[in-house]
Design a protein around this ligand. Sequence first.
Ligand SMILES: *Cc1c(COP(=O)(O)O)cnc(C)c1O
Length: 443
Amino acid sequence: MDDIDPRRLIPRTNDLLALPAVREARTRLSERVVNDLVRQFQEQARRGELGPGQVQPALLAAVAERKATTLRPVLNATGVIVHTNLGRAPLSAAAVEALVTASGYVDVELDLADGSRSRRGAGTRAALLAACPAAEDALVVNNGAAALVLATTALAAGREVVVSRGELVEIGAGFRLTDLMESTGARLREVGTTNRTHLHDYAGALGPDTGCVLKVHPSNFRVDGFTSAVSLQELSPLAAANGIPLVADLGSGLLAPDPYLPQEPDVATALASGADVVIASGDKLLGGPQAGLLLGRKEVITRLARHPLARAVRADKLALAALEATVAGEPPPVVQALHADAGQLRRRTERLAQELGVPVVAHDGRVGGGGAPGFPLPGWALRLPEGLARLLRTGDPAVLPRVHDGSCLIDLRCVPPTDDDRILDAVRQALASLEVAGAGRAG
Ligand SMILES: *Cc1c(COP(=O)(O)O)cnc(C)c1O
């Protein structure tokens, strides 16, 4: 008797597609995604990586898990509040509700009373101006980098942007503000030195070719020692006397001072100090969606809004909705994590430590996202074996701990208290897998 080629036993496409769970998957996934999953397991069986009898169970497991988005929620146990790799700011409940509302047809650019076209994002602009009365006008674009490109293009293309050498920063992953600004056709006119810049350096650089003066908050590093910089207050009379707009890129996006972060600049203070336009991100300390905020003098904001580039960097309706709700709604998670009560953090951490029988150690959280560098937010962490980190990241729910000094640390600052028990379960599961693995190696 000839052996039957096992490949002939691989289930047929039509039979697999007819399985009830696969038919159900086709109501929530595209036909192509489902077909690709079917083909993937059949091919694995053809290559001998799966037995023919394993194709159906593997497919059923895969369709049950497969969602239309491959993004997975992560519990942030790092203590880093604005975590760029985790998408920066988690949104408030109010912002999430606004996102859902905005996901359908909405009056983002329509006056329902008379049926005519209206100013895009008028509600968001009004919310920003109410929260920051020092600003005469506001414009929202895609992100902070886009805001900076728009400002330098509209004010200084073909001309000079005067900026201190101490403020020419790289904002992450190789993106340099210098390259960004030069891409607009503006020329950088660098003044001063890396550690010291004086008012007379600016005064000597201003002339008929100056498009704007730019102050950049070097948010992700600090220069200590023999340093000096020129404040907005000192610069503003000089810029005004020369009729040159003064732009301040703050990065982080506090609208008003926060006593928890005394070193962090804010929009209201920068405007009161004489900046004509202030730039900030929506998804750093403001705690909202990705967005770039431009706030300041009406005449300058209008100039930016009318520039053709404004259309290329305009904010999406989802971001406009979430931003308005972030400003008008309850304090967003970023602010709650920043202001977390130390005693409560300790009690939460100790409860989990007791349940798990692991030690609690002092641990500083961070603002992150290039904000308040080196500024510690005192708190606590569970200390676990380093080998747990990978298991926690790949578990369900996924938990991102901090790996430091040979330990895996769980900081609850950025974990909503209602998720404490999910952390507990995740750590228990990971500890159990670690024991199994350890026993396997020992035996
Ligand atoms: C973060 C940052 C930017 C870029 O803002 P994005 O919203 O990330 O585009 C620009 N300037 C400064 C000073 C920053 O800190």
